[in-house]
Design a protein. Structure first.
Ligand code: LRH
Ligand code: MN
Length: 427
């Protein structure tokens, strides 16, 4: 299923006048604040979010999984689906692979296919939280932290193999998330488990190419429900500092206990030069992996406020951090969900760019909390959608990606091509 430039042109023609009207209104509004809308359109257009290869099919829970139909059956079909998203919004120009769910059998052919869709490969993810058929040692009781050296060695080898795949595809980072932990008090020696993990990570770190990073992802619980070896940002930060400059922390928005101030964590990691990347999603209770910005758009905005506050300009910000989604779709069409996530992330980014930083600095110096809220609200309550639409139109993408996706009946066509019960590897 290909979305052609004439599909896009036809669609953009139908919304042209309405779009121009709302864009002019926003440009006028921003002009009064001495903000050049074209500068923001540029920044929005340049902001790319990587799509997780494991979130292109229907997810599920232990209570059930409801097939979506037309799910990608291979890595090649996954790349086509991400290519389709990128054709629609011109902001999904990267794919993050998970190994062994997405082993590139022929890396040259896979890279060529990705090039054809204007896609690059973001961080590659290792998987030592599931046992593969031909695996010698089980990860039931952990991997890099395991009490048995042979299990740790097996997990280290897997991570080094994942780096090899990533190198062949042009990726520049390895994401390590460990399910390692315990379900019951007394089950694990916390200190030993962390020390084992640190030693194992050192061996992986030594295998990193010089221009690579290792991103250490933390999570407070699940699949272990009493303790996780890397439960919080502090432990990930500790390990990243012990490993070296190429080790950073990855912040998955769903990996925080309720009401955690994630924007403060982001501010500190950024200040310490240890913020490596994000897994964007949203949640109400646990690691729900819901559409980014669908429940807490203000938190997403506040996170971008800290990101812009802590870096010298949009360019530096964009280039030093891995921007990735991590989601699981139980009821929504995965492609629509991902389009909405990218839109919400871009809205938070552009709204944060609208914050009057000088005014914010002044009201903070004057200890004027109400004044500070007014500055943030002016930006957050600005409807930036016409600006994002314009960024897409200027890059020959769809003014309204979901509208065009539905008008073309993409899901229906994918079901005709791939069948109603095709299942994608992943979560
Ligand atoms: C763990 C996690 C991690 C991935 C997995 C797919 O919850 O967020 O990033 O490896 O989801
Ligand atoms: Mn994640």
């Amino acid at each position: 299923m290909n979305i052609t430039s004439s599909h896009i042109e036809e669609h953009n023609k139908t919304v042209k006048d309405d779009h121009q009207e709302s864009l002019d209104a926003l440009a006028h509004q921003l002009n009064k604040r001495n903000i050049d809308i074209n500068e923001l359109v540029e920044q929005a257009g340049a902001f790319q979010v990587a799509i997780p290869s494991w979130a292109l099919g229907a997810g599920g829970t232990r209570f059930g999984r409801f097939a979506m139909g037309g799910e990608p059956r291979s890595l090649e079909e996954k790349i086509e689906d991400v290519g389709l998203l990128h054709a629609l919004n011109h902001s999904s120009g990267a794919i993050s692979l998970h190994i062994p769910w997405d082993i590139p059998e022929d890396t040259a052919a896979v890279k060529e296919l990705a090039d054809k869709h204007n896609l690059v490969f973001d961080a590659v993810n290792s998987n030592t939280f599931q046992d593969q058929e031909d695996q010698e040692h089980s990860y039931k009781y952990g991997s890099l932290s395991h009490t048995k050296e042979e299990v740790r060695e097996q997990a280290i080898e897997h991570n080094i193999e994942v780096i090899k795949y990533g190198k062949a595809l042009g990726s520049k980072a390895l994401t390590v998330w460990l399910a390692d932990g315990s379900n019951f008090p007394g089950q694990q020696n916390f200190g030993k488990a962390l020390r084992n993990t640190e030693e194992s990570l050192h061996k992986i770190y030594d295998a990193l190419p010089d221009d690579w990073q290792v991103l250490i992802e933390y999570k407070p619980y699940e699949p272990n429900f009493y303790s996780m070896v890397i439960p919080d940002w502090g432990t990930s930060f500790l390990l990243a500092n012990k490993l070296g400059d190429q080790a950073k922390t990855l912040v998955d928005l769903g990996h925080h206990l309720p009401n955690t101030n994630i924007e403060q964590i982001v501010a500190i990691l950024l200040m310490e030069g240890k913020l490596g990347g994000f897994h964007f999603n949203d949640s109400k209770y646990g690691d729900d992996d819901l559409t980014a910005g669908s429940l807490k758009p203000y938190q997403l905005f506040l996170i971008f406020n800290e990101l812009i506050e802590g870096t010298d300009g949009p360019e530096e910000l964009r280039n030093q951090i891995a921007w990735m989604i991590d989601a699981s779709h139980n009821v929504k069409d995965p492609l629509e969900d991902l389009l909405q996530s990218v839109e919400a992330i871009q809205q938070a980014y552009v709204k944060a760019l609208l914050i009057d930083r000088d005014k914010l600095k002044d009201v903070r110096e004057e200890n004027d909390p109400a004044g500070a809220q007014e500055v943030l609200q002016d930006a957050f309550q600005t409807d930036v959608r016409p600006l994002l639409t314009e960024a897409r139109v200027r890059h020959q993408a769809a003014a309204d990606p979901i509208q065009l996706y539905r008008a073309l009946g993409v899901r229906k066509q994918l079901i005709e091509e791939r069948g109603a019960d095709s299942v994608a590897t992943g979560l």
